[in-house]
Design a protein around this ligand. Structure first.
Ligand code: KIV
Length: 256
């Protein structure tokens, strides 16, 4: 069954946790689909984990579109949100054109980080044009000055809840909230009608999202709030080392 906005809303209504993971290519999309995730995020974390850049603003529409097309091809029945890369909303015209390019590439919606009025205006413009969106609140890696937890003071938590109400009024398909205290993640899930999917936002959001390379232990280092379920990098490194031993020993390393 194809996952849609409606099936995600139904999961929220029935209290069924939503599993979301980032994917960028065939392997990540196929593994996510086979494991039964309901949502894939084609994240601009591709800048780091796929293209080897230091920060997410270093990726553009060209690379993101290739990832979105590939993920849709390899996970045809999963809900796919594609991340607006930094600058994709530099003008209202650019925001609309870029969102449409993502939908043509097969995405169900576009995800936008919401650091300022320009981003909020872009999101409102997309909704006016009938384009489905996912809003990203809390820690916003494209513009954050530090990786510290957000909404730690009462004042900051109130501001985040107000942003949640503002976002809810724009009727997004989902909300991503990153690196906030558990009770703030929980209150956001109560405020929003759409599913609130957390990363480092506690256990009481409507679902969880992690970066593919973090949860499989493929990243050299993961953020403190991102659990690793297998040490994939060490396993793969051992396989590679074994291959080189096999070549250098002219095949003897595998002889019994
Ligand atoms: O790009 C990304 O991977 C993200 C997640 C951290 C939510 O935005």
């Amino acid at each position: 069954m194809k996952q849609t906005r409606e099936t995600l809303l139904e999961m929220k209504r029935s209290g069924t946790p939503i599993a979301m993971v980032t994917a960028y290519d065939r392997l990540s999309a196929e593994l996510a689909r086979a494991a039964g995730v309901e949502m894939i995020l084609v994240g601009d974390s591709a800048a780091n984990v796929i293209y080897g850049h230091a920060a997410t603003p270093q990726i553009g529409m060209k690379e993101m579109l290739l990832c979105a097309e590939t993920v849709r091809r390899c996970a045809p029945d999963v809900y796919v949100a594609a991340d607006f890369p930094f600058g994709a909303d530099e003008s209202p015209r650019a925001a609309l054109a870029n969102a449409r390019r993502f939908l043509e590439a097969g995405a169900d919606s576009v995800k936008i980080e919401l650091p300022d009025e320009r981003a909020w205006n872009a999101l409102a413009l997309l909704r006016d044009a009938g384009i489905p969106v996912v809003g990203h609140l809390g820690l916003l890696p494209q513009t954050a000055a530090s990786r510290r937890q957000c909404a730690r003071t009462e004042e900051e938590a109130d501001a985040l809840r107000a942003a949640g109400r503002r976002l809810d009024a724009l009727d997004p398909d989902a909300v991503v909230v990153e690196h906030v205290p558990d009770d703030v993640g929980a209150s956001l899930a109560e405020i929003c009608r759409a599913p609130v999917v957390g990363i480092g936002a506690g256990r009481r959001t409507d679902g969880q999202v992690l970066v593919f390379h973090d949860l499989l232990g493929l990243s050299e280092k993961s953020p403190p709030f991102a659990p690793r379920f297998v040490e994939g990098r060490a396993l793969l490194a051992e396989g590679m080392a074994e291959y080189v031993r096999w070549v250098k020993s002219r095949g003897a390393s595998l002889d019994k």
